[in-house]
Design a protein around this ligand. Structure first.
Ligand SMILES: *Cc1c(COP(=O)(O)O)cnc(C)c1O
Length: 495
């Protein structure tokens, strides 16, 4: 299986090479030359397998330059020890049709661990497979969760180092503390003045700077990415959708072949894109429900066909979704345009120059076949947390609450009671202030975050994740902030 660029670069590359490079030479995103089909998958056999085995099976569809044995070993190492739940990605039933897929039992309490725990193995092997002697410098722009998950995944991994930029005022208290206290010899963290889009744009500029590339090469290093522009982030995410569907079938919520809906709280469009690929592989999925917070650029795009980032940027209680440039949409557009790189280049140029582009009617129609979109305001998000807690004693983090609210809207509009997999992307404890405000009242914000962990645990009976509780006593290693224009210098100094 080879990988090609959304912007038409002539040379196709192996899976290992796509993972190593992260982004194509023409700044396009890699995707598989053709989408493998699940048709001959052995559902019965997979049902009996544990999560690492299932994941390895799905990875193998896309990464056939890795052996089955290798992938099984990596999945075992990534998922068996460091996740606190034996099912890794457990599925929990709320009511007749709503199922929550909990993706936050990993070491950093957010779904990014599902990809970033296994990615270092994939990358290290990719360096060997491609005869690469240079050190991979993993450069990350984060809206909060990717940064920590990448730091934790790549810490002390040989022949690699990781440097993270996060928006100084754009992440939650725990997110910031998690990164500031990161251990490991090969890690660096820097806050950037501005929002996530500033950090992401700065990182993209560094990637696109040939002089910087040469400078690194002379020191025996090269840049790679652990953001969801890297295909290595997306494949492990496809696996949990297929695994969750199997669980629905195993529990008799549907019979095999019957479709389910999938609801995804969305920012950079990586997670929902993985669900889209699962569908394209043949997984029976009816609607992909794309949920946004007050930054509802994707809702507007799916409903109107116009992508317009000339709008106010809102800082919300779901900071990992505070994004106006959803990188992975480029991959979806490529698929929906029947893989026309010319169209992609023209839209991406318009986005860069005018901040806006419009897709044609046929693409819009195809978009509507697969997707439904909605959003939740801050007040609606709080109400969703409160109502799930009152009704089911279930704690939603603010990102998941956005998905939950949009799913309720969808259900009302269509009276569609098919089983729905609602993706839960973070532990509610990671956003303790917002969750406490929803449950106890707004004045909870005056209390210390660690006190709120205790209060939430006492009210719910849920267990505080160890990784968050122990932040209180961990020394802070990284506290510097740089201006948006100084990002390259900061990185250079660290390298
Ligand atoms: C990253 C993240 C999201 C958004 O996922 P995308 O793949 O960027 O769409 C949602 N919720 C949480 C908690 C996240 O960390």
């Amino acid at each position: 299986m080879n990988y090609i660029s959304t912007r038409g670069y002539r040379e196709a590359v192996s899976g290992a090479r796509a993972i190593k490079k992260g982004i194509a030479p023409d700044s396009g995103l890699y995707l598989p030359e053709n989408i493998p089909e699940l048709k001959d998958i052995d559902f019965e056999r997979m049902l009996e397998e544990d999560y690492p085995r299932r994941a390895a099976r799905i990875l193998r569809y896309f990464l056939d330059d890795y052996s089955r044995e290798e992938l099984e070993r990596y999945a075992e190492a990534a998922y068996s020890q460091r996740f606190s739940h034996p099912a890794v990605a457990p599925l929990l039933q709320l009511d007749q049709s709503a199922f929550i897929l909990e993706l936050w039992h990993g070491p950093t309490c957010a779904f990014k661990d599902l990809a970033l725990q296994i990615m270092p193995y994939l990358l290290t092997a990719a360096l060997k497979k491609t005869g690469e002697n240079k050190e991979a410098v993993i450069l990350v722009a984060t809206s909060g969760d990717t940064g920590k998950a990448a730091l934790e995944g790549f810490r002390d991994v040989p022949q690699s180092s990781v440097f993270v930029f996060y928006p100084s005022e754009g992440v939650s208290g725990f997110q910031k503390l998690q990164m500031a206290t990161q251990e490991g010899k090969n890690v660096g963290v820097m806050a950037v003045e501005g929002n996530f889009d500033d950090a992401q744009t700065g990182v993209k500029e560094i990637f696109g700077d040939p002089a910087f590339r040469d400078k690194l090469a002379r020191r025996g290093k090269f840049l790679s990415s652990a953001n969801s522009i890297n295909w290595g982030r997306l494949v492990p995410q496809i696996a949990y959708y297929i695994s969750a569907y199997l669980e629905l079938a195993a529990r008799g919520a549907l019979t095999q072949g019957e479709p389910a809906n999938i609801v995804v709280p969305t920012g950079n469009f990586g997670n929902i894109l993985a669900a889209y690929y699962a569908k394209r592989m043949g997984l029976p999925v009816a609607r992909l429900i794309c949920a946004s917070n007050a930054n509802k650029i994707l809702t507007d795009f799916i409903n109107t066909g116009v992508y317009d980032k000339n709008r106010e940027f809102h800082k919300t209680m779901s900071p990992s979704m505070d994004i106006l440039i959803s990188s992975n949409l480029e991959r979806l557009l490529y698929e929906l345009s029947d893989r026309d790189p010319g169209l992609i280049v023209s839209w991406m140029d318009q986005l860069k120059d005018k901040g806006c582009y419009r897709v044609g009617d046929s693409i819009r129609a195809r978009l509507k076949e697969d997707f439904w979109a909605g959003f939740a305001s801050e007040e609606e998000t709080r109400a969703a947390i409160r109502s799930a807690f009152d009704q089911f004693q279930y704690l939603l983090d603010p990102h998941t609450a956005v998905g939950y609210k949009v799913y309720q809207d969808y259900r009302k509009a269509f009276s569609d009671d098919k089983p729905a997999i609602i993706v839960s992307t973070a532990s509610p404890f990671k956003f303790s202030v917002s969750v406490a405000q929803a449950i106890f009242g707004l004045e909870a914000a005056h209390e210390d975050e660690f006190t709120l962990l205790q209060r939430i645990a006492a009210a719910s009976g849920w267990v505080i994740p160890k990784a968050l509780g122990e932040l209180k006593i961990k020394p802070v290693r990284f506290s510097r902030v740089c201006a948006r224009e100084k990002m390259k210098e900061a990185l250079e100094e660290w390298v």
